[in-house]
Ligand binder design. Structure first.
Ligand code: GLN
Ligand code: ZN
Length: 763
């Protein structure tokens, strides 16, 4: 009988009480010294390793811990420090590290972007032809040594060289077409040196993560993969190498890795990535290699189907030398421990597994595989009971919702009249000037608002008092906008702590957590709600506030909703039905809200979809199917309104190039987009693609406290006018204002309104 071990690739970093966040932020504020920070971090690492070992994880990961981000750690490991940060890094390694992450007065930080299709963000390496790599294995060696001192079997985890380069971008001043992958030959000796250092420090195995291989790769890139692992594999002073991939199927990269002289592969076998199983068979198996099977979903929160996983593992036993059990990816992407969630219906809580529960599942599966199913009979029975309860629970299946979703027709997902007619009817109803001005929705979330919410939660104030405070805020927001001379007003979203959570709390089928924090970036953590069951809307969610705001002014107030795709993207989704089905249910609930807003008098309703672009599948082959259900869900949300009701949508993040047809397919009357930093490029792109409806490319970058002056915004509007005619151009900021302070918001919006007025006069 083979022995199977249990392992994970990484674990949540923050600690049970988010101690790491507090320590790092304390250090930034000067409240805590570097020594104390290091001690907190070392204590947390030790506690995690010991907890993992106690839970039955045979080989614990090291090096996955980070003060900010593991890609940034990798840049430090290979010496890729941008010129502008070198002095800071030279003066003090820790402060220099945080300078790269957060910037200083003198030097901008590294750019941040999404880690594949997760909601984790990494710092993008900046490379160029002049980049000189230099090995710095100190962090990796130190963590390895710490864990080995506990007497544990340990496997350091590194971002692999190919993924590192593929996720990098040309440094400022370097030609935009520079391809970081051309630096591979320079980078490999540095990886070889780090691997040798780890082996000298006692590592038997080292894991190299190559998630970039689950995306479409060119033959040249696959050739680079082959070269990289041939070269690293041929070194004699190295540990055994485990190349890991996750977030999807390897496809054409699988045979390349199967042939590489490395001792192990770790593959994702969850959801659609189960296709890796056929890939392994097609490659003739992985005989001679260790296979780490990611059968437990590392990025969602549902309990595993243990019997099904055992059967996959059983099949794999015939295809590799040794099969170990793991989660599909690092557990970084799930919260820590579901047993802390006392607010969740215990019936639903039984179906949930966070990092700690997933660890137990992995250990159970490894035991089952080594010793036979009798050894885990109790766990299997309990698991079966929970799965059956979930499958048949009325909490997950609402017949009325299902019947309604099944009855949706093509007409429901289309506006009754084409845009030409709608535009005319809306202009007649609204009577707006050319170049109308508006904002994206939220106004500053002040300390008073946050305090009021905390007071309400703690029972220090009652609902009536809380609502009075919200109304008082709305009065301020409306009166400011009128005075500034904006044309289409908003109520400012003071009642929303978060644009997804607010709606999740008001829809049945959604579950909120109390402690379900997941790292978004650095010390920023979010608590994604859980789409647990069929979605219904028991009562209107926003009408009260919009109606109140409208009662204060003659000007139109936009109703403001979060779109169905974004609701899914920033939540944990169901794994027991297609995403398209969940999206349709959410869309129907939002459709009712849209209808109620319209009935209450809203002439303009905005449905935000900032996540439409970011949820794009990693493989191009999967784009069309996703965009089809995603745009349909938006149109189902908005398709039922009158011809003279104007539908707005909003998206952030600047790269829209590949989804222009999908933006068109939303059929929104007006779209506002982030554009200030990219000099209105999106306006030109949309115009070039023949986009026929109204556009509001942002003229005010809300990501910084800077106040843009009238001239600057005028220049941006003029640039937009070169692409979009005045009748179809809106003037607005890039995004919501909730993270900004009132003084800068006031000044910036006054300038924005002035710029629009002056241009109107000169038109
Ligand atoms: N209406 C939201 C706001 O203004 C939109 C936020 C977003 O696009 N991320 O806050
Ligand atoms: Zn935005």
């Amino acid at each position: 009988m083979t022995t199977t071990s249990a392992t994970v690739y990484g674990y949540p970093r923050q600690g049970p009480d988010r101690e790491l966040k507090r320590a790092i932020e304390g250090y930034w504020k000067g409240r805590l010294g570097a020594e104390a920070l290091h001690t907190t971090a070392a204590d947390l690492r030790r506690a995690t390793w010991q907890r993992l070992a106690a839970a039955g994880i045979d080989e614990v990961p090291t090096g996955d811990f980070s003060y900010y981000d593991h890609m940034l750690d990798t840049s430090v490991m290979v010496g890729a420090i941008p010129e502008r940060h070198r002095a800071a890094v030279g003066a003090d390694a820790l402060d220099g590290y945080f300078a790269m992450a957060r910037g200083t007065q003198e030097a901008a930080p590294l750019e941040m972007t999404k880690w594949f299709d997760t909601n984790y963000h990494y710092l993008v390496p900046e490379l160029g032809p002049e980049t000189v790599f230099r090995a710095n294995s100190a962090k990796q060696v130190a963590e390895l040594t710490e864990a080995r001192a506990l007497g544990l079997a340990v496997r350091p985890v590194l971002v692999g060289p190919v993924t590192y380069l593929l996720l990098a971008k040309p440094a400022p001043g370097v030609a935009a077409d520079f391809e970081p992958l051309t630096l591979l030959d320079r980078l490999l000796p540095v990886y070889a040196e780090v691997l040798a250092d780890l082996r000298a420090a006692g590592a038997t195995w080292v894991q190299l993560d190559e998630p970039a291989l689950v995306q479409d790769r060119t033959p040249a890139e696959l050739e680079a993969v082959a070269r990289a692992y041939r070269e690293l594999g041929e070194r004699s002073d190295r540990p055994e190498l485990l190349v890991a991939s996750y977030f999807g199927r390897l496809g054409e990269a699988l045979p390349v890795l199967a042939e590489a002289p490395v001792e192990g592969l770790a593959l994702d076998l969850t959801g659609p990535a189960a296709a890796n199983l056929d890939g392994i068979a097609a490659a003739g198996g992985l005989l001679g290699k260790r296979l780490v099977a990611g059968v437990v979903d590392g990025r969602n929160i549902w309990i595993n189907d243990l019997a099904k996983s055992l059967s996959v593992l059983g099949t794999l036993l015939g295809l590799a030398d040794r099969v170990d059990v793991a989660a599909s990816c690092s557990l970084l992407h799930v919260p820590l421990d579901v047993s802390l969630e006392h607010g969740i219906d215990p019936r639903i809580r039984d179906w949930l597994a966070f990092a700690r529960q997933k660890t137990a599942e992995i250990a159970t599966l490894a035991r089952g595989l080594s010793h036979g199913t009798e050894a885990i009979a109790g766990e299997l029975a309990a698991n079966r009971t929970r799965l059956a309860a979930r499958a048949s629970s009325p909490l997950t299946r609402d017949p009325a919702v299902r019947a309604r979703a099944a009855a949706v027709t093509g007409d429901d997902t289309r506006r009754a009249r084409p845009y030409g007619e709608r535009g005319a009817a809306q202009r007649a109803r609204l009577g707006l000037p050319p170049l109308p001005t508006t904002t994206i929705g939220s106004f500053p979330q002040t300390d008073e608002l946050r305090r009021a919410r905390a007071d309400l939660r703690a029972g220090r104030i009652d609902t009536a008092t809380y609502e009075e405070r919200i109304e008082a805020e709305i009065v301020e927001v409306i009166s400011f906008q009128e005075k500034a001379g904006l044309d289409v007003l908003v109520h400012g979203e003071p009642e929303r702590s978060d644009m997804v959570q607010y709606f999740a709390e008001r829809l049945t089928g959604y579950v909120a957590t109390q402690h379900g924090w997941v790292q978004s970036y650095g010390t920023r953590y979010v608590r994604p709600p859980i789409l647990a069951g069929d979605i219904a809307r028991p009562a209107p969610m926003t009408v009260r506030w919009t109606r109140y705001a409208q009662s204060l002014t003659e000007r139109p107030v936009k109703g403001m909703l979060t779109g169905p795709v974004t609701m899914l993207a920033w939540s944990f989704v169901r794994d027991d039905q297609p995403l398209a089905d969940t999206a349709r249910q959410v869309a129907l609930a939002l459709r009712d809200e849209v209808a109620d807003l319209e009935a209450a008098g809203s002439a303009i309703i905005q449905v935000d979809e900032p996540a439409l672009r970011e949820t794009l599948p990693l493989r191009t082959a999967d784009h069309a199917a996703y965009l089809s259900w995603a745009t349909e869900a938006f149109r189902l949300t908005t398709g039922g309104v009158r011809t003279d009701t104007q539908i707005h949508t909003h998206m952030c993040y600047a790269e829209f190039g590949d989804i222009l047809p999908a933006i068109d397919a939303l059929d929104a009357d007006v779209i506002s987009l982030e554009a200030a930093r990219s000099h209105m490029r999106i306006a030109a792109e949309l115009a070039a693609a023949g986009y026929p409806r109204e556009v509001g490319p942002g003229v005010y970058d809300i990501h910084s406290p800077r106040v843009p002056d009238v001239e600057e915004m005028t220049a941006l509007i003029r640039a937009a006018l070169r692409a979009v005619p005045a009748e179809r151009l809106w003037i607005n900021p890039d995004c919501g204002l909730k993270t900004r302070g009132w003084p800068e918001v006031r000044a910036s919006l006054e300038n924005l309104a002035t710029a629009a007025r002056e241009l109107r006069r000169s038109q």
